[in-house]
Write a protein that binds this ligand. Structure first.
Ligand code: ZN
Length: 278
C-alpha cells in the first residue's frame, strides 16, 4: 500500500486560495483562472482520468503561486537597486533579502523555503544573482525566470509534494468538490455519458465517506448494519444530466433512498461525524 507522509508545508495556505478562487470566483482572478481553463477547455472530456481535473487544477495553482512569489521577490530587488544601486543591494546585505517569516528576519522566498523544507539545501537567490548576473544585464523578470530555471531540478519535485498534500485535504471537503465540479462542468463544454466506474474511484470515495451515506449517514459497510449490496450507490455530485464530469472528485457515497431523492439535482452534505462523543 502506498503511504502518504504529509509535510504540511503551507498546505492550508494553498487550500484556502483554491477555495477562494473556486467559491468566490472573484473577477480579479478571472485572468489568472483563464490560464488554467483556456488550455484545459480545448480538449475533449476524459472519463475518470487518474490525473484528475482536481490534480491538474491544484498543480496549476501551486506552480502559479510559487512562480508569482519568485517574481515579486525579483521586482522588490529591482526597486531596491533603482534606489540604492546594484553594489549596495547585491554585494552588501540589503534589507530586501530579509523577508519577514514567522516573526524572524528571513532571507528566503516562500519558494526557497519550500525547497529547503523538502530538499534541505539551496543556493539562495542573492548568492545566485551575485554569481550569475552582472549589473549591466540586470532585468527583474529575467532574474525570476532564470532563477526558477536554475531551480528546475527541484522545482517539479517540490510542486509534486505540495500538490499531493493539498489534494489530500481538498478531497475531504465535499462542499469544495461540489463547487469545483460545477466550475469544471462549465469549463469543459458538452456532456459526459454514463461509464463504468473504476474500482479505484469507488474505493477512494468509499474510504473518504467512511462507508456511510453522505446525506443520512446510514452505514453502508455491511459491518454495522446489514444492508443489501444495492443500497450502496456512487453518486455524481454534479449529475451527468447537469453537465457533471466522470471524475473522482465528483463522486460521493449515498444510500439508494437518498440517491433517488437527489435525482438530477446538484448537492452534497457538509455533515461529518464527530470522532468521539463528549
Ligand atoms: Zn442516505
Amino acid at each position: 500500500m502506498r503511504r502518504l507522509e504529509m509535510e504540511y508545508f503551507d498546505t492550508y495556505y494553498f487550500c484556502s486560495i483554491a477555495q477562494y478562487l473556486i467559491e468566490e470566483s472573484d473577477l480579479d482572478f478571472a485572468s489568472t483562472l483563464a490560464e488554467f481553463t483556456d488550455p484545459v477547455g480545448e480538449f475533449e472530456r476524459e472519463d475518470y482520468p487518474k490525473d484528475s481535473y482536481l490534480h491538474r487544477f491544484v498543480e496549476f495553482l501551486v506552480e502559479r503561486i510559487l512562480f508569482e512569489q519568485n517574481k515579486y521577490m525579483a521586482v522588490d530587488i529591482e526597486h531596491a537597486i533603482d534606489e540604492n544601486g546594484y553594489k549596495k543591494v547585491i554585494l552588501e546585505d540589503h534589507k530586501v533579502f530579509h523577508r519577514k517569516c514567522l516573526g524572524d528576519d528571513y532571507r528566503y522566498t516562500t519558494f526557497e523555503l519550500a525547497i529547503l523544507h523538502y530538499h534541505g539545501s539551496i543556493e539562495k537567490m542573492k548568492v545566485w544573482i551575485t554569481n550569475n548576473i552582472d549589473e549591466s544585464q540586470f532585468d527583474y523578470l529575467d532574474v525570476a525566470a532564470e532563477y526558477t530555471n536554475y531551480l528546475e531540478s527541484q522545482y517539479y519535485d517540490v510542486i509534486d509534494n505540495i500538490k499531493r498534500d493539498v489534494l489530500h485535504l481538498l478531497f475531504q471537503n465535499r462542499m469544495f468538490l461540489m463547487h469545483f465540479n460545477t466550475f469544471m462542468s462549465d469549463v469543459l463544454q458538452g456532456k459526459s455519458s454514463r461509464k463504468n466506474m473504476p474500482q479505484w474511484v469507488k474505493r477512494a470515495v468509499y474510504y473518504r465517506d467512511n462507508g456511510r451515506c453522505v446525506m443520512c449517514q446510514k452505514d453502508l459497510s455491511g459491518l454495522v448494519d446489514v444492508e443489501e449490496e444495492y443500497e450502496k450507490q456512487f453518486d455524481h455530485i454534479v449529475p451527468l444530466e447537469q453537465g457533471g464530469l466522470n471524475e473522482i472528485s465528483n463522486i460521493q457515497l449515498m444510500c439508494s433512498c437518498c440517491n433517488q431523492k437527489k435525482g438530477t439535482q446538484t448537492y452534497t452534505s457538509n455533515v461529518y461525524r464527530f470522532l468521539y462523543d463528549d
